[in-house]
Design a protein around this ligand. Structure first.
Ligand SMILES: C[S@@+](CC[C@H](N)C(=O)[O-])C[C@H]1O[C@@H](n2cnc3c(N)ncnc32)[C@H](O)[C@@H]1O
Length: 457
């Protein structure tokens, strides 16, 4: 209800000249100060909440005798409070509670010969307008309680859902609609049974706010009637649109704060995972150098940062450290669409051993393709359609040439190409020829002392 305060709730309380009011459901007590500022020092505010998320003693001390807190259920308290001028109803969002809150408020008014209080209800639209919520299901008698579960809700779906629904931890009625279900149904039933005519306004934003006022009061307080007319007219609707947009932006900012905070945390966890994997690979597989693994990781990060489309090919993989690192990178940074291709003759380290090494790290699955044999044959028609990064490890110069030549037509624009052992004169000659043949004049970066990186055209 809080966001409706300035534009809707406060003007109503002022125009209704409210001197005694009750707030049902206070949560963090954020409304208290505004309520008392609006109704003035002579007014009396009763606040009811069985489990407040603030210290009512502090409010009682701050606001003196003006403020009376009731740590109980509304239906246990309202009958003893006497007539109220206004009630802000935002406690337990179910038919039984809301209907009985209305009934008790009306009975208290009748008992004191006073008019029905102005009643303002929050959560009269989706999700709780036509579906019960129980803060504590045991507080509602079984006959009036809908079957419920701790599951979430989706708009337009009557049944609760198992995933991605709103408020999945709350006790929500299993189905939406039907008799004695939801806050608005409670208001509707009360209004239908009430002996005097009532005016009902529903503001359909931010989970819905309903305002119920006796016509008799409106006849006595024409300024209040005028304000309700304004709310229902074009200007009032424009104000609501503006309010809804402000709340939507606030919600989006909140969501982004959480999202980007999570992203930063995930990034941190991913880096730690990659670091510990590199340590494990260096310790358990004899050949990889930490510097080479770092260089491979840096290349993968360039590919990720620039959103290069395609898969990752590592050629000359030794005992399997490079495909392991690439496969881990795909998980760590959620690179869901990419695959890893490991090209090798698998003569120094047999294929079965490489498989075991990857399995040992939990990094062998359907996204890893181990391509065994002479690259002239295995890459005659390359099994990979698009390469975003090509990393060439320890291979004879002739194989380096074959890998580069065969995969060149599959390289994505700006693909990252890294070659270890570029200091070897035979490999160097292959690289120079390849770069010249393809007109690659872009810079060549020396990485990890003996490797180079360049970009495809
Ligand atoms: C939606 S929050 C209230 C939000 C608050 N009105 C605001 O605008 O920030 C609902 C509150 O109602 C309280 N509540 C639940 N059942 C209640 C009941 N039967 N009577 C009174 N308050 C209740 C809960 O403890 C919770 O603090």
């Amino acid at each position: 209800m809080f966001p409706f305060w300035e534009k809707v709730v406060a003007p109503i309380l002022e125009l209704a000249e409210v001197k005694r009011l009750v707030e049902i459901g206070a949560l963090r007590g954020e409304n208290t100060r505004q309520i008392l500022d609006t109704v003035g020092p002579e007014a009396e505010l009763h606040v009811i909440d069985p489990v407040p998320d603030f210290d009512p003693e502090e409010h009682a001390t701050e606001f003196g005798g003006q403020y009376i807190f009731h740590r109980d259920l509304s239906v246990n308290v309202l009958g003893g409070l006497g007539a109220m001028d206004a009630a802000l109803v935002d406690g337990d969002h179910n038919w039984y509670t809301v209907y009985n809150e209305c009934r008790l408020l009306a009975e208290a008014a009748r008992g004191d010969g006073a008019p029905l209080p102005v009643m303002i209800f929050h959560d009269v639209a989706w999700p709780y307008g036509r579906r019960d919520l129980y803060y504590n299901p045991d507080d509602v008698p079984e006959t009036y309680r809908q079957p419920w579960a701790h599951r979430g809700m989706l708009p337009g779906v009557s049944e609760l859902v198992h995933e991605h629904g709103l408020n999945p931890t709350m006790a929500n009625a299993l189905t939406e609609g039907g008799p004695r279900n939801g806050v608005m149904t409670g208001v509707d039933d009360f209004v239908a049974e009430h002996p005097e005519p009532l005016r009902v306004l529903v503001l359909p934003i931010y989970f819905g706010l309903a305002i119920v006022v006796a016509e008799e009061r409106l006849a006595r307080q024409p300024e209040l009637a005028k304000f309700l007319d304004w709310l229902e007219g074009a200007e009032g609707r424009a104000m609501l649109l503006e309010l809804a947009e402000t709340m939507r932006i606030q919600a989006m900012l909140f969501q982004h704060r959480i999202y980007f905070q999570n992203e930063a945390e995930l990034e941190h966890v991913a880096r730690r995972y990659m670091d510990s994997l590199k340590r494990e690979l260096v310790a358990e597989l004899s050949s990889p150098r930490r510097a080479d693994l770092n260089a491979l990781h840096d290349g993968l990060e360039i590919m990720r940062a620039e959103h290069l489309r395609g898969h990752v090919v590592t050629a000359g993989v030794g005992p399997g450290a490079s495909p392991a690192l690439v496969r881990a990178h795909l998980d760590a940074y959620k690179q869901h669409g990419r695959l890893v291709y490991a090209i090798d003759r698998f003569t120094d380290t047999p294929l079965e051993q490489v498989r075991k090494n990857l399995q040992h790290c939990g990094l062998l699955d359907a996204r890893v393709h181990l391509v065994e044999g002479d690259p002239n044959l295995t890459l005659a028609d390359p099994p990979v359609d698009r390469v975003a990064m090509l990393s060439v490890g320890a291979m004879p110069a002739a194989d380096v040439r074959t890998v580069l030549d065969r995969l060149a037509p599959r390289l994505a624009p700006q693909a990252v190409i890294q070659v270890e052992r570029a200091a070897d004169p035979a490999v160097r000659a292959v690289l120079d020829e390849f770069r010249q043949a393809h007109g690659l004049t872009g810079p060549e970066t020396v990485i990890a002392d003996t490797s180079v990186r360049w970009r495809w055209k």
